[in-house]
Design a protein around this ligand. Structure first.
Ligand code: ADE
Length: 276
């Protein structure tokens, strides 16, 4: 996959992509990454890339000429290459969009800055604007890096273990199950017994159950989309809930017994007050 990033801060992108999995993806040829700086497409002495907004108001707007020249250099004029703008008012970035991007041979990110880019650039040269969340960053570089990272790890051969890209949060619309590694006891905390049972089917059931329970508890928005559950998932969840209800009943029973005992022992131990 070949990705061009149109950015006023190429060092930021180059630094952040030179390490770890994205760095290795470039070394192995799975990813070819280029940064293009709109400042290199200015012709004035100050290399101006922004200007005051028409109509007044706070902040600056990215001028159209250098950004469009940079986009055209990035696409080489090929209108089939998607051009994504990072913008807080864009469509939400999701795992599904990461998957879609990972299937493309080429892609251009345009990092917005200042108050935004001239609307005519959005109208004429941007395929889609994408947001990474409902908050405002100082610039689009971090947003582009987030999207690039989520996309690159899905490229074939980029992750060592092929299945780890598929077994995780949001794949199939559920959060991921909990993970544990050695030691089996850490600071008096153990691990779920089933994980050391060697019973693969039970491990798989436990993981699916945990994924469902976590999604239900933490992400009601995702949970809604999962409904109606398959018969198998309904069964797992019902078994989990029944077990939990039983555990809670046992716990509260134990608590009641313990406090009754404590009450009794206080009465027994109570000193008989001296009659005056
Ligand atoms: N630029 C500024 N804030 C952003 C956001 N939340 N997502 C994408 N681009 C942005």
């Amino acid at each position: 996959m070949r990705v061009e990033v149109v950015t006023l801060f190429p060092e930021l992108i180059e630094q952040a992509t030179s390490h770890s999995i994205v760095g290795r993806a470039q070394a192995s040829g799975s990813l070819e990454l280029h940064c293009i700086n709109p400042r290199d497409f200015t012709s004035d002495r100050h290399r101006t890339v922004d200007d005051y907004p028409f109509g007044g108001g706070a902040g600056m707007v990215m001028k159209p000429e250098p950004v469009v020249a940079a986009i055209e250099a990035a696409t080489g004029g090929d209108p089939t290459i998607p051009v994504l703008l990072t913008a807080p008012d864009g469509e939400p970035f999701t795992q599904a969009l990461a998957q879609e991007l990972a299937s493309l041979p080429r892609l251009v990110f345009v990092c917005g800055h200042y108050e935004g880019i001239d609307e005519r650039v959005r109208d004429g040269w941007i395929t889609r604007a994408v947001s990474i969340g409902d908050y405002v960053l100082t610039g689009g570089e971090l947003a582009a890096l987030v999207m690039l990272d989520a996309t690159v790890r899905l490229l074939p051969g980029v992750l060592g273990n092929e299945s780890s890209a598929h077994e995780e949060s949001f794949e199939g619309g559920v959060l991921e199950y909990p993970h544990y590694t050695r030691p089996a006891v850490f600071r008096e905390r153990g691990i779920p017994e089933v994980l050391t049972s060697g019973h693969h089917a039970n491990v798989a059931k436990w993981r699916r159950t945990q994924a469902l329970v976590r999604t239900r508890a933490r992400r009601p928005d995702l949970w809604e989309k999962l409904l109606p559950l398959s018969k198998a998932d309904q069964k797992l969840l019902a078994a989990h809930d029944a077990q939990q209800a039983q555990d809670e009943a046992t716990a509260s029973n134990n608590e009641a017994t313990a406090s009754a005992r404590a009450e009794q022992s206080v009465r027994v131990d109570e000193p008989v007050s001296n009659p005056v």
